[in-house]
Design a protein. Structure first.
Length: 167
């Protein structure tokens, strides 16, 4: 179920989707959306804290079925996130990663970590590589490139190009 509390974020979702090839766009659209609302307040999560430093209440994220009370795959943009296309592209990377794991029955190997944030774990590495693929100079405008996840990896670019062609 999609819950839209902020039309500016909803418009940014539409814009972010235009950067995705058709097959990947269909996968990205398969997630539920919670846009512009506190995910703890509306009952999506059992817990507030992501870590000692961050909260689900003010952090864009993908809530996986095993983390959410309604067992949905939900892309969350909190009121603190605003309508950020770059953040949405990163979160769409998490949706793609999860849906590919569902199809294949195993997690794909993580792309090479591009920057400190991507080096946190394989999930962030995948989402950052996906985001960097979409903001690669061959695909995106200057606004998206300015955000960046840490650089461009030709091997990841080739892998995502092939995936997009197959979907």
């Amino acid at each position: 179920m999609d819950r839209v509390h902020d039309t500016a974020i909803a418009a940014a979702v539409g814009e972010a989707l235009t950067y995705l090839p058709a097959g990947i766009r269909r996968i990205a659209e398969s997630a539920d959306f919670l846009l512009g609302a506190d995910p703890v307040f509306v009952g999506l999560h059992r817990y507030e804290a992501i870590s000692a430093q961050s909260s689900y209440r003010n952090t864009a994220h993908v809530s996986y079925p095993h983390h959410s009370l309604d067992q949905s795959l939900t892309l969350v943009m909190t009121p603190h996130d605003g309508p950020c296309v770059n953040t949405l592209l990163h979160e769409f990377g998490h949706v793609l990663d999860y849906r590919l794991r569902e199809r294949l029955g195993y997690w794909l190997p993580a792309p090479r970590a591009l920057g400190a944030y991507a080096a946190r774990d394989r999930w962030e590495s995948f989402a950052c590589a996906f985001h960097s693929w979409r903001v690669d100079p061959a695909y995106a405008d200057d606004t998206l490139r300015a955000w960046g996840c840490g650089g461009y990896d030709p091997a990841s670019r080739a892998w995502f190009d092939q995936l997009a062609a197959e979907l």
